[in-house]
Design a protein around this ligand. Structure first.
Ligand SMILES: *Cc1c(COP(=O)(O)O)cnc(C)c1O
Length: 460
């Protein structure tokens, strides 16, 4: 008798299956009569054009920001650098399924195989390359948890660009190993607010012990780039071109699910600014928009920074210093500063405009997750699948586990695909806090939400 086919755990693509083009969802949105809202100039309230962004970004990235073609070709030098870690594997979570005793099939795309340990090099690499092509010598950026700063520092090293990172003060103090990694790749790192920008000096004069925030660090990095000819700005999430670069995740996963011989019913990713969510979800949403499949697609966000589930859909600033263009997005207000006890990352006040548009159109759903529950499933995942997930990624795992348990309660087969955006090797102090019982749940209070929203700019 023939023995049964061995069960498969990993679905692995060869290097020549690294996508040759990024997927631009704007094309399929327009074909369905859905029009994205333009960014507005903060002074005039009028739509901004490519020239307005030229002090901050190279023209190639600005053109991607406004592109309407469906496929945007990936230049060969970028595919070569992607070969350091792509294609990323898809795993079938057999051991987690067994622990949950669920009839659901759970798959995850693992983006922690990059040198930075997350999906962020998927955009750091092209951003550095396109800047280099246009003669830029130096990049300024912000980092919160440190993953974006490390990824851009790595990309700067690969293509020979100087990198200056404004790291949120609280994270600079709590995560010295992230700073050391950035410095090892050759970047220079200062805590934000810093005394090296006008904005940073202003904040420090008012609040000398400010813990900083992503919004403040963005203001400092934008000021740095705008005030130097040799320097441009790089952002790790939110913008259309960043989401575009991340679509390699979803494009590969479509081919890998075909290898597994399954169509997902539910697709899940965590959402801070929205880039790994978009990277996983947009190619699948595109199939849905073209009538090629139907999926439930869920963004998982923390209860402590719930822009999609509790924010409003309105024009707002991307930063705290009110220097960036106004973009239409789900926002908690640009003055939002997350509670210090929130350990799970995903602390941004807003959400990528394209993700916000899909939510507003009912093309995707969102759920918020408390931090103790997310660490709890993170540990269950580590003990079954072996990978210690990034605290951000545990939000997606929590929603995936809830789906698997719901399928069990209903006695249904359900195919679940989620994005495991990174590993948590630099976040062990948060795990230690959880294991010692020191992490509390925190729901962003309604009065604070209302106060922040009262301060939204009056445009749009
Ligand atoms: C940065 C980061 C996130 C959140 O950013 P998005 O733009 O929402 O993807 C999530 N997971 C990991 C591992 C990250 O490094």
């Amino acid at each position: 008798m023939a023995s049964p086919a061995p069960r498969r755990t990993k679905f692995i693509l060869d290097e020549d299956r690294i996508p040759r083009a990024w997927y631009n969802i704007v094309s399929d949105l327009l074909a369905n009569g859905i029009q994205p809202f333009p960014p507005l100039h903060p002074g005039t309230g009028q739509p901004i054009g490519p020239a307005d962004l030229a002090p901050l970004f190279p023209m190639a990235l600005i053109m991607q920001e406004v592109a309407t073609d469906r496929d945007i070709e990936i230049p060969d030098p970028i595919r070569d650098a992607y070969q350091l870690y792509r294609p990323a594997p898809v795993f079938r979570a057999h051991r987690l399924e067994a622990a949950l005793d669920t009839p659901a099939h759970i798959y995850y795309k693992y983006e922690g195989v990059s040198a930075g340990g997350s999906h962020k090099p998927n955009t750091a690499i092209p951003q550095a390359w396109f800047n280099k092509q246009e003669g830029v010598k130096r990049l300024a950026t912000e980092t919160g948890a440190g993953q974006w700063g490390s990824s851009l520092a790595l990309a700067g090293a690969l293509f020979g660009l100087e990198v200056k990172v404004y790291q949120v003060r609280a994270s600079y103090d709590q995560k010295p190993y992230r700073r050391m990694l950035m410095e090892t790749y050759g970047a220079s790192v200062v805590p934000s607010p810093s005394n090296t920008t006008n904005y940073g000096r202003k904040v420090l004069a008012e609040t000398p012990d400010s813990p900083g925030s992503l919004g403040m660090a963005i203001s400092e990095a934008v000021e740095d780039a705008a005030s130097r000819d040799d320097t441009k700005y790089a952002l790790g999430s939110v913008l259309n071109h960043v989401l575009l670069h991340q679509t390699v995740i979803g494009i590969e996963s479509i081919e890998q699910m075909a290898m597994a011989g399954e169509e997902p019913d539910v697709i899940i990713a965590c959402a801070g600014g929205g880039s790994n969510f978009a990277g996983m979800a947009f190619p699948w949403v595109g199939r849905q928009l073209r009538g090629e499949g139907r999926y439930r697609i869920i963004a998982a966000e923390p209860a402590a920074a719930p822009s999609l589930t509790r924010g409003v859909y309105a024009y707002d600033f991307g930063d705290t210093g009110m220097m960036t263009p106004l973009v239409k997005m789900h926002t908690l207000g640009s003055g939002f500063i997350p509670e210090a006890i929130h350990a799970g990352g995903l602390r941004y006040h807003g959400m990528a405009p394209l993700v916000s548009l899909l939510k507003d159109q009912g093309l995707i759903d969102a759920q918020s997750v408390h931090q103790r529950a997310s660490f709890e499933v993170g540990i269950q995942f580590a003990r079954t699948e072996g990978i210690l997930p990034a605290p951000e990624s545990t939000h997606a795992i929590k929603v995936a586990v809830d789906e698997a348990l719901d399928a069990k309660a209903r006695g249904e087969k359900r195919v679940i695909l989620f994005n495991l955006s990174g590993h948590g090797h630099f976040d062990l102090s948060s795990y230690e806090k959880y294991l010692q019982g020191g992490l509390e749940d925190f729901e962003y209070p309604a009065d604070k939400v209302a106060a922040a929203l009262a301060g939204l700019p009056k445009v749009g």
